[in-house]
Design a protein around this ligand. Sequence first.
Ligand code: UD1
Ligand code: CA
Length: 465
Amino acid sequence: MEPQQDLPLDVLILAAGLGTRMKSARAKVLHELGGRPLISHVVRTARQLHLRKIFIVVGHQAAEVEKVVRAEFPDDDIAFVTQAEQRGTGDAVMAARAELEGVDSTLLVLSGDVPLVRAETLSRFVDAHTASSAACSILTVKLENPFGYGRVVRDNENSFMRIVEQKDASPEERQIREINAGIYCFATRQLFGALARVKPANQQGEYYLTDVPGILLADGEEVKVYLHEDSREVAGVNTRADLAEFENLLRRGTIRKLLLEGVTFIDPSHAYVSAEAEFGKDCVIYPDVMIEGKSVIGDGCVIRSGSRITNSRIGANVQVKDHCVIVDSDIEANCGVGPFAHLRMNARLEESSVVGNFVEVKKSRLGRGSKSMHLTYLGDATIGEKTNIGAGTVTCNYDGKQKHETIIEDNVKIGSDTMLVAPVRVGHGAVTAAGSVITEDVPPDSLVAGVPAKVKKDLKGGGNK
Ligand code: UD1
Ligand code: CA
C-alpha cells in the first residue's frame, strides 16, 4: 500500500437521519446546542483539520440543513449529497459513492450528532490512521454505561473482530464497555467495495456502516482500533435528555472560563452565556441572565436578573436593570437600560443616554445624553443629543402599509403622552406640550400644543400665537 500520509483528507458527515428518539418534527442535527445547530458544531470542528473537502449526507429536512450550513460557512467548499431514504449509516455513506468512489484520499467519517469532539482528537486519530497501513481505523472509548452504542468485539489476542450494535448484541457482548464512537477513517478507495457487500441482516433491517470494518478484515485488510481516553467528548446526542446534559456541560465550561477571566456571576449555576460572548473587566451578572450569540459586553457593566442580550454590543459601565430584552442592538458607554426595556433591530443608544421603564426602541437612535424614561415606543426614530422624551410618548410610525421616520433634533422636550405621527421632524430646542398630536413638522425653538398640535409660541422670539 502506498504511504497514506501523502493522501488528501476528505470528511464525510452523516446528517440525514430524523433522530426518532428526539421525538421531534425537526431533524436531529438542527436541534441547538449552545445556541447553534448540532451540525454547525461538527462542521466547525471538521474545518479546523487540514482537509480537501467536506461532504455532508442530508436527507431529513435536507434543504434546511443545507441552508444553515451554507449560511454559517458561505465560503467553504462543502458538498451536500442526498440520501433519499434513511436506510442506515452504511446506506448514508453509499449516498456519496458517486462523489468519492475511486478517489485517492483518506475519508474521515463523522456523525452530525456527535457535537463535542475536538479537532485535536480528530487530527491525532487521522495521523495514527495514515501512519499505519490500515484500510480502516475506528475511534473507540470505554464507557461505564455503554447502553445504546455499538460494541467493539475483540479476539483473544485483543485484536479487532467486529462491531455489534446494541440491538443485535448477545448478553455477553452487551457486557463489553468499549464502544464505537461513530468516527472512522477509511482508505476511500477500499471503502465502497466493502460497503456494497453490507446486508441489512440485523434487528433494525438497516445497512450498517459498522459492518464495513468486519468485511475489510475478512478481505485480509488491516483494521485498527484507536482507543481514546475522554469518553464525554465523543458522546452522541440521541435524546433531548442527552441534549440537556450537553448544554449544561457547555454552559458550566463557559461560565467557569469567564469567572477565571474576571467576570462576576452572583450565581454561576443560574447564568446562561453563549460561548461566543465576550466581556470586559469587572462585569457583574445577576442570576437568570441570558447572553446569546456574539454579544460583546464592555468593562464594568452590571446586568440584572431576567435580562436577555442577543447579538448586541454594550459599552463600558452600562447598567442593564432587570428584565430587559436587547437584541441586535448597540449601546454605548455609561448608558442605562430598564427595568423592562426592549431594544431591537439595530436600536442604538449613544453615550450616557438612558432608556427606562417599559420603553421599546426599534431601529432607532437615541443621541448622547438623551433620555426616555417611561412607557414609550420609539420606532424608526432618530433622536438628537440632550433631548428628553416624556412618559407615554409614541412614534406613530406605521400607517397600516408603510413605516415612516421620526426625527427629533437636539435639546428637545417632548411632553408626556405626545403622539408623533410620522413622517415628522421636531426641530432643535422645541417643546411639545403634554398630550400633543404632532402631524406636521415642528419648527426649532417653538412650543407646540393641541390635537393636532399647532405652534403656540416662538420660544426664542417670545409672544403667543
Ligand atoms: C451509531 C453506530 C454505533 C455507534 C454510535 C455512536 C451504526 C449502525 N451504529 O449508532 O455503532 O456506537 O453511532 O454515536 O452506525 N444517519 C444517516 N442516515 C441513516 C441513518 C443515520 O445519515 O440512514 C446519520 C444520523 O443522522 C446520525 C448518524 O448517522 O447523524 C448516526 O445515526 P444514529 O441513528 O444516531 O446511530 P446510532 O444508533 O447512534
Ligand atoms: Ca447517534
